[in-house]
Every structure is written in C-alpha cells, then in structure tokens.
Design a protein around this ligand. Structure first.
Ligand code: NAP
Length: 234
C-alpha cells in the first residue's frame, strides 16, 4: 500500500486530495488545527476506506516543534512516503505599505516554513528509497503580483523558490518535485466573498491534476502545473 502526507486536509483542496488518494488505495497522514473536523473526517474515511491506515493529527504547523511531532508520528507508522503534499496555507489580503505589523511573519510561517520544515523531516526516508513525489501548493500568486497581494504574494513566490531549489537538489535521488499553481478554486476560504460560484474551479480539479502528474513514467517530472478558471482569474 502506498503512503501519502497531506497538510491542511480538514477542508478545501487538501481534503479533496486526501479523498482522491484514499480512493486510489493510499494510506494517508493529514493534519490541521481543528480537532473536531479531523475526528469527523477520520470516522467518515475509516468507514469508507476500511483497508487504509489513516492518521489524523492536530498540529499548528506555524510551530516548528508541532511540525516535528507530526513528522515523528507519521514516520513511526509509515514504512515509506510516496507522496508529500505541502498544502496548508492561509490567505490574508493586504498591501506591503499598510498591512499590520507581523502580517508577513504570520503568513510565511504557515505558507513557507511549514513546507520547509516538514519536507526536511521526510527527506531522509525518501532519499533512502531514491523515490517519492513532493507537491507544493503554490498559486497563480507565485507567478504574478496582483492588487492586495502583499505578504501572501511574497509567501507564494517564496514557496515557488523553495520548490525550484528542492527539485534541483533532489534530481540525483529521482525524487520528484511539482509546484501546483491554481487560480481561484472554490473552498471554504472563499465563502462569503460574494463571487459567483460558477466562476471557480473545483477542488477535485486540483486533486485530478496531482494524480495525473503522479502517474507519469518514472523518468518524467512535471515541474509546474498552472490552472485557472476558464473565464479568467478572480
Ligand atoms: N482556494 C484557492 O482559490 C487557492 C488558489 C491558489 C492557491 N491556494 C492554496 O491552496 C492551499 C489550500 O487552500 P484552500 O483554499 O483549500 O484553503 P482552506 O479551505 O482555508 O484550507 C486550508 C487548510 O490548511 C489548514 N491550515 C491553515 N493554517 C494551518 C496551520 N497553522 N496549521 C495547520 N494547518 C493549517 C486548514 O485547517 P485548520 O484551519 O483547521 O488549521 C485547512 O485544512 C493553500 O496553500 C492556498 O494558499 C488556494
């Protein structure tokens, strides 16, 4: 049975990816800060996927010690890691001039540092097998600046920089690194935005793209996936 880690899988894109991988017979380890949501999901998934081994873990990934504890738990339960999805992230609008002090630190703490620290914990296992696929949930905001991007845009450019450097470093181990850059995708983080639901992509679109990239030949790596709503960015 293959094994995957997905951060921030209590809702939205992370949850859709977790469910896609469960449906493809993966065992998964997921985390978020919300104990109740995770407990409900664990019950639902255990019922639907009885042969999968499912770890749900409560962690605030802005805290380096909690990242390490999550990694220790899953590494002591899983013999290998086939997929790591660094998905957990937050969006807060702002401009560099006017966003509150500490805004950049808060956003970069989850959108960049969690991916960096968790990846470093998982790499020894992947390297020992000369295999594995790391997906980083970047954004269209990793590719171009937009109004009110502020610290969020900086964090997503940084996550792209992390992905590019990581890929270069891991080529000799045949470990794949893919940056996924979605445009507007309907998740709870967009609820109340007042924008028409039909303008958004589906979370299952992102999960399908990840699955396609994962299933290429051993020799092929998809560097970057860029996907936007058919009627353009929001
Ligand atoms: N939706 C879009 O349009 C879109 C577009 C481009 C890129 N993205 C990126 O895709 C990723 C997922 O977005 P989404 O729209 O699915 O977001 P979402 O619905 O808000 O879900 C975010 C997930 O991350 C978790 N999370 C947030 N902060 C965390 C923390 N400190 N520690 C642990 N877990 C944390 C959340 O769980 P808890 O709150 O329970 O901790 C939740 O499970 C993000 O990186 C986002 O930037 C989204």
């Amino acid at each position: 049975m293959p094994y995957a880690i997905i951060t921030g899988a209590s809702q939205g894109i992370g949850k859709a990816i977790a469910e896609k991988l469960l449906s493809e017979d993966f065992s998964i380890a997921v985390c978020s800060r919300d104990k109740n949501k995770l407990r409900l999901l664990e019950n639902e998934w255990n019922e639907k996927y009885p042969t999968a081994s499912i770890i749900t873990y409560v962690a605030d990934l802005t805290n380096k010690e909690e990242v390490a504890a999550f990694a220790d738990t899953l590494l002591s339960n899983f013999p290998e890691i086939d997929i790591l999805v660094n998905n957990a992230g937050i969006y807060l609008p702002g401009t560099i001039a006017d966003e509150p002090d500490g805004h950049l630190e808060t956003i970069i703490g989850i959108n960049l540092y969690s991916a960096y620290h968790l990846t470093r914990k998982v790499l020894p296992v992947m390297k020992s097998k000369n295999a594995g696929h790391i997906f980083n949930m970047c954004s269209i905001a990793s590719l171009k600046a937009y109004p009110n991007g502020g610290a969020y845009g900086i964090s997503k450019y940084a996550l792209m920089g992390f992905s590019e450097n990581l890929r270069e470093e891991l080529m000799e181990y045949s470990i794949k690194v893919t940056a996924i850059c979605p445009g507007a995708t309907y998740t709870p983080s967009w609820e109340g935005s007042g924008m028409a639901r039909a303008r958004f992509m589906e979370t299952t679109d992102i999960a399908s793209l990840l699955w396609s990239a994962y299933n290429l030949s051993h020799q092929a790596n998809v560097d970057t996936i860029v996907v936007r709503p058919v009627k353009g960015d929001l």
